[in-house]
Write a protein of this length. Structure first.
Length: 131
C-alpha cells in the first residue's frame, strides 16, 4: 500500500512459481522467454519450412539445408535481437548454439539456443561506508 496515494502498488513483478530457479519467479523473465521462443520458432520456420535436410555434404540449392545452416540462422537472429536489446550478449553465447538431428525422429532437428534474457530491474540497493 502506498500510504501517501492511498492505493495498492506493485513493487515487483513476481510470479507464484515453485521453481528453485529464482529467475523464473519474475514476470519479465517469463514473458521474455516466451517472446524468444516464439521469435526463434517463427524465424527458423520461415527460413526452412519445406526445405530438405542434407546430412552429408554441402547444399547445392536453396531447397536444402544442413544443421550448421540452421544453427547459424539462429545465431544471426540472436545478433539481431541483441542489437535492439531483446537478447543479452549474443557473442558471449555463440558456442552454446547447437543444432543436431534428433536420434529418434531423423526428419527433426533439435536446435539448442541459450535464452539470454534481459533481466528486469526492480531495486537498486545503496551500499556505503563513512570515509
Amino acid at each position: 500500500v502506498d500510504e501517501s496515494a492511498g492505493a495498492l502498488v506493485v513493487l515487483s513483478g513476481k510470479t507464484t512459481s515453485a521453481s528453485t530457479d529464482l529467475t523464473l519467479h519474475d514476470w519479465g523473465t517469463i514473458r521474455h522467454l516466451d517472446y524468444l521462443r516464439a521469435a526463434f520458432n517463427a524465424r527458423l520456420t520461415a527460413l526452412f519450412q519445406g526445405a530438405n535436410l542434407r546430412r552429408n555434404g554441402t547444399p547445392r540449392t536453396p531447397n536444402t539445408v544442413t544443421v550448421d545452416g540452421i544453427r547459424d540462422a539462429a545465431y544471426v537472429l540472436a545478433l539481431q535481437l541483441d542489437a535492439v536489446d531483446l537478447y543479452d550478449g549474443a557473442e558471449a553465447f555463440k558456442s552454446g548454439f547447437r543444432a543436431n538431428i534428433d536420434p529418434i525422429v531423423q526428419t527433426r532437428v533439435d536446435c539448442f539456443i541459450p535464452m539470454a534474457v534481459i533481466r528486469s530491474l526492480h531495486q537498486i540497493g545503496i551500499v556505503g561506508a563513512p570515509v
